[in-house]
Design a protein around this ligand. Structure first.
Ligand code: HEC
Ligand code: HEC
Length: 385
């Protein structure tokens, strides 16, 4: 029977539930190894990573790119790596499908280099669309009846729509205004998180945030302490991720995940939203399901992108999709915000739906305390606390 890694992992809330994989230098839960390993390139840190593009990635981006390949082909880790998801996992051995994958990775690089001037226009998704064997012929229903819901990653300003600047100003106003937001220096939000999948269960959910750009998100199981805690933290400079059963254990974020936690920390203090990204463009009309939104997009460092969807009626932020670059396609992470409630004159989203390549969870807040003192160590390395 096939074990869905999405299910297993989604239930664990974060990270890849894997053991038995061999790294040249496996990161330890203590000592300096976690940092030095993630600072290495994947080609050095792993035993058998040889493609011209993937071997250049940081370890955390390499593991995320494995999640991207799985999603693009509709596969589990175990479809290419024997016994992945068990303690007999063998990620090093070459299977025929792994060999084909290597060939495809090089093919994608070649197509983009020789046909698109080195710009990444073709990715695994372009052909595979979540299937192991790409389809070749259009189904006629798709021509006449079913609207194509696929969208471009890139947002362009549309005439007749408000500018990105106007949309961001309206958002600041809708939250309570620039002056009130400037008075927000920190907050602690608490609630519960529910993961998807059969193995799910209620977890305690906590956000600690300190302006202008520090944030820690914690997920802990009161009823199942054996599941351990998950945390993502950013102290204004360095970021850490810790998942109890993760492939990498506790590790320092160095790839696009670092840009991701930085953005999330900055967006926790939305008065400064315009400074969080560069080169804002939009607005553009975009739908999510049957609801219409206004999208704006900004750029971060090293090819990082984020698209923000605002509700045109309320002006409030409904969704952020951030994209980390990789040689085989952009790696998306999506956060949906809803149930905005007033806390001392500022609106906070009381519901978060967090979706990324290796899991998803919904968090519901029941309390937000603003302008409280938070120990600086809470934003640093998890095991150092
Ligand atoms: C479609 C096939 C495919 C799927 C699915 C897949 N991988 Fe891989 N994996 C590869 C290939 C190919 C390599 C070698 C890449 C290279 O040589 O650049 C690799 C290498 C690895 C390595 C490095 C092993 C070593 O020490 O050399 C790890 C770890 C890994 N994959 C983890 C995962 C995880 C975790 C998943 C599920 C999220 C996954 N892979 C899903 C094809 C796949
Ligand atoms: C230009 C279109 C195209 C792109 C882009 C593409 N593929 Fe493929 N891929 C195919 C086709 C077509 C097949 C089926 C070949 C066959 O069945 O003989 C295939 C087959 C595969 C298979 C073998 C599946 C099996 O049956 O075991 C894997 C694995 C695979 N692709 C991985 C990838 C990965 C990973 C990427 C991105 C790095 C990628 N492909 C990008 C067209 C593409």
């Amino acid at each position: 029977m096939k074990i869905s890694w999405r299910l297993v992992v989604g239930a664990g809330l974060a990270g890849l539930w894997l053991s038995g994989f061999a790294m040249v230098e496996r990161p330890a839960a203590q000592g300096q190894t976690a940092t030095s390993t993630t600072r290495k390139k994947a080609g050095e840190a792993f035993k058998n990573v040889t493609t011209s593009t993937l071997k250049e990635l940081s370890v955390d981006d390499f593991v995320a790119s494995m999640g991207l390949i799985s999603a693009n082909l509709g596969l589990d880790c175990a479809d290419c790596h024997p016994h992945a998801g068990t303690d007999q996992a063998d990620f090093v051995i070459d299977t025929p499908r792994k060999q084909t994958t290597r060939r495809m990775v090089e093919m994608v690089a070649t197509i983009n280099r020789t046909n698109f001037g080195g710009v990444q226009r073709v990715t695994c998704w372009t052909c595979h669309h979540g299937r192991i064997t790409p389809s070749t012929t259009i189904a006629l229903d798709a021509w006449y009846d079913i609207p194509n819901a696929e969208i471009d990653d890139l947002v362009r300003s549309e005439s007749g729509q408000p500018s990105a600047d106007q949309i961001l100003d309206k958002y600041i106003q809708a939250l309570g205004g620039a002056q009130r937001l400037a008075g927000l220096t920190s907050f602690v939000a608490t609630g519960t998180a529910v993961a998807y999948g059969e193995l799910g269960g209620n977890a305690d959910f906590t956000i600690l945030a300190k302006g202008p750009n520090q944030r820690t998100t914690l997920i802990t199981y009161k009823d199942h302490p054996e599941r351990g805690a998950s945390s993502w933290s950013f102290d204004g400079r360095t970021g850490w991720m810790k998942t109890p059963r993760g492939l990498l254990g506790e590790y320092e974020l160095v790839g696009s995940e670092l840009d991701g936690v930085r953005l999330e920390a900055q967006l926790s203090f939305p008065g400064q939203i315009k400074q969080a990204l560069d080169n804002w463009r939009g607005g553009a009309a975009r739908s999510i399901g049957d609801r219409d939104f206004l999208a704006v997009q900004g750029s971060g460092p090293r090819g990082f992108l984020a698209t923000l969807y605002f509700d045109p009626a309320t002006g409030l932020l409904a969704r952020v999709v951030r994209y980390g670059p990789s040689p085989i396609g952009r790696m998306p992470t999506q956060i949906d915000y809803s149930d905005y409630r007033d806390v001392g004159g500022i609106k906070f989203p009381f519901e978060y739906k967090f979706t990324w390549l290796d899991g998803r969870y919904t968090a519901k807040l029941n309390d937000v305390k603003t302008n409280v003192a938070i120990d600086a160590a809470r934003f640093g390395r998890p095991s150092a606390k």
